[in-house]
Design a protein around this ligand. Sequence first.
Ligand code: NDP
Length: 336
Amino acid sequence: MAAPLRVLVTGAAGQIGYSLVLQIAKGDVFGADQPVVLVLLDIPPMAAVLEGVQFELTDCALTTLRGVEAVTDEKSAFTNIDYAFLVGAMPRKEGMERKDLLAANVRIFKSQGKALADFSKPTTKVIVVGNPANTNAFIAAKYAAGKIPARNFSAMTRLDHNRATAQVALKSGVTIGDVKNVIIWGNHSSTQFPDVKHAKVNKGGSETDAYSAVGDSAWLQGPFISLVQKRGAAIIERRKLSSAMSAAKAACDHIRNWHVGTPAGEWVSMAVPSDGSYGIPEGLIFSFPVTVEGGEWKIVQGLDLDDFAKAKIAATTKELEEERDEALAACADSKQ
Ligand code: NDP
């Protein structure tokens, strides 16, 4: 058996953390033959809850789980890790302005970026789930630079991707496995653009495009997009809690594909640092269609964008540039 991977989950005492740690521990992400040591980080007031999660993981008696460490300091958390799931973030409190939320998160992700540089490996790979995920990833990458390349930082748009895939499957009357290559462009926010123009659906044994399979262009260009964009809010309205189970599953899908690769002819959506593809400013953490081979992602090139897509992508780019500029201003203000 391979040497254990050391996997950090921050915010591990939270809702998403609770679903996520079991999936990682039982081999859903790195495989049934890959042992893992889980490192759980949360803030000191959550230490007892974290210990409860640690006890439960131990009690799961999993052959793949070679250790669980529950910690509340960054040095213990970030030392020698192979993967980091950065889930913990400052939640929006009532009356809080977007600017204040961003500033609070900049402090967290600046500090974690530095901890990655100080204690992690040059090969450590990072997924940011905590919102605003793209911008938090941008800040963490900025402060880990020099030690860890920017391309090892990503933000999660896989939940949006999975939501779009599921809706196309439902509307086309096929199963999930029959739908591939939807795309989420941009920010993990309500400006994201779920795009099915290049998606393929296997219907009745032959492959067709999603527009033909769904047979309702007006739905795909209107209600479908807002359904995916607002799905999180719809779940909170019904469950009175956010979509933690599906978010955790999506984080696992994201890292699994980064670790083992994407199937031939298929891509997934990941927010990664732009290299200027599709005119997106370099360095912005932007969700693109990517393929993965040998642990390295590559942005899918040469997809045709019509005026509808270009306008949607421009709007989400503008939002991300504004967030980036606000976050950089907050970095300059914060002394830590
Ligand atoms: P959750 O586990 O529900 O959410 C954690 C983060 O994931 C939030 O920023 C949330 O954003 C984000 N998120 C992204 N996508 C989704 C999605 N689809 N559905 C729900 N959330 C999504 O939050 P909890 O409050 O239950 O737990 C957070 C934990 O993090 C707490 O235990 C807290 O103590 C900890 N924390 C740890 C820190 C650290 O380790 N340094 C720092 C700050 C907090 P949104 O708020 O927009 O829903």
